[in-house]
Design a protein around this ligand. Structure first.
Ligand code: FES
Length: 100
């Protein structure tokens, strides 16, 4: 697990873009639950940082495709998967597993 950010840096309903080892990762706080996913939409590469998060699902800002933040699977376009990363909270530290 790698340190990603402090919990206070990702407010309720908020998002934060971080880069670790050249990999852009979007952290989201969906009503207190932290998720981590890649920034590039698997459809045509739009930045997911601008996506809307609701009930554990992020929608791409470009064409509106939806991805389940728990496993990255598209909920409306089977076969497309947004890369997601395992998250663990250690006190106030958000830790992620880049290899997941
Ligand atoms: S680029 Fe994300 S849905 Fe098309």
């Amino acid at each position: 697990m790698i340190f990603a950010a402090k919990l206070t840096e990702v407010p309720f309903w908020g998002k934060k873009l971080i880069t670790i080892d050249g990999v852009e990762v979007v952290l989201t706080n969906d009503r207190g639950k932290i998720f981590a996913c890649e920034n590039e939409c698997p459809h045509q590469g739009s930045p997911m940082l601008a996506g809307i998060v609701k009930e554990g699902v992020i929608s791409c800002p470009r064409h509106g495709w939806h991805y389940d933040l728990t496993n990255g699977a598209s909920t409306d376009h089977p076969g497309y998967t947004l890369k997601t990363y395992q998250v663990e909270l250690v006190g106030d530290d958000i830790m992620i597993e880049l290899e997941s």
